[in-house]
Design a protein around this ligand. Sequence first.
Ligand SMILES: N[C@H](CCC[C@H](N)C(=O)O)C(=O)O
Length: 285
Amino acid sequence: MKITLERYHGLGNDYVVYDPGKNELQLNTENVKMICNRNLGLGSDGVLEGPILGEDGLSVRIWNPDGSIAEKSGNGVRIFAKYLKDAGYVQKKTFTLKTDGGDVEIVYLNEDGSRLRVSMGKLSFWSDDIPVTGERREVINEDMVFGRTLYPATCVSIGNPHCVIPMREISEPLVCKIGNYSEVARYFPNRINTQIMKVIDQENIAIEIFERGAGYTLASGTGACAAAGVAYKLGLTNSKVVVHMPGGELMVEVTEDWEVYMTGDVFYVAKICLSNEFTEKLRAL
Ligand SMILES: N[C@H](CCC[C@H](N)C(=O)O)C(=O)O
């Protein structure tokens, strides 16, 4: 059984693509964790399993490195769209990709598909969509306790759940300190992705990210869309902003009815052929 995967990254948020049409192994929580393990396996911020071919189109399953499945990934769908072009599954300039968190519209902006614009779907601040416990309301600027500190949290779904906290200064240590509590806080039945956000000016924000099921990452597409939506909702920025992250920038645009468009790059790193020994290890999990 020869297993090959393709490694890409979106602004330093790295994924491996696992094509079930080319590989026999059935992915599961345990073998995904082993593949993503940065010491024992390939190391990755997740696995993109697909294309899964259905009557209603192409879909991708998004695995987190802790073995959980995410509804959507912004860097993930850009990377996967590039894979689909590289592997010859898609020739058109634009197409719809299905995810557990809803359909996204992909537009290739250049010849090799390394720059893409994605219609990421609609933002919802409603507690039952995210979800957040308590009576049904929009979760805007609510005091939430993470660790032993109170933070002004605004929560939003873009298919997957996000908590965004505006701050004067942001840093990796700070988002990790908060994220270790917020990810599993009692407010969030499905856990949560956390971004702390610094508003630079009306057209620029910066975020640090602690992802659900992955921890600290250098960039997050859905995190960037969530933060841009929160900044606009709170009246802190215009509807079109550049989101600055440690791994790079994404352009995010929010429409009047809370649809979100994200534009950014991805990069193809390598084809990876697993050793027989590692393949056997995965098959045993
Ligand atoms: N860990 C996230 C999914 C990946 C998000 C991020 N890598 C992106 O680019 O959107 C979750 O459990 O919702």
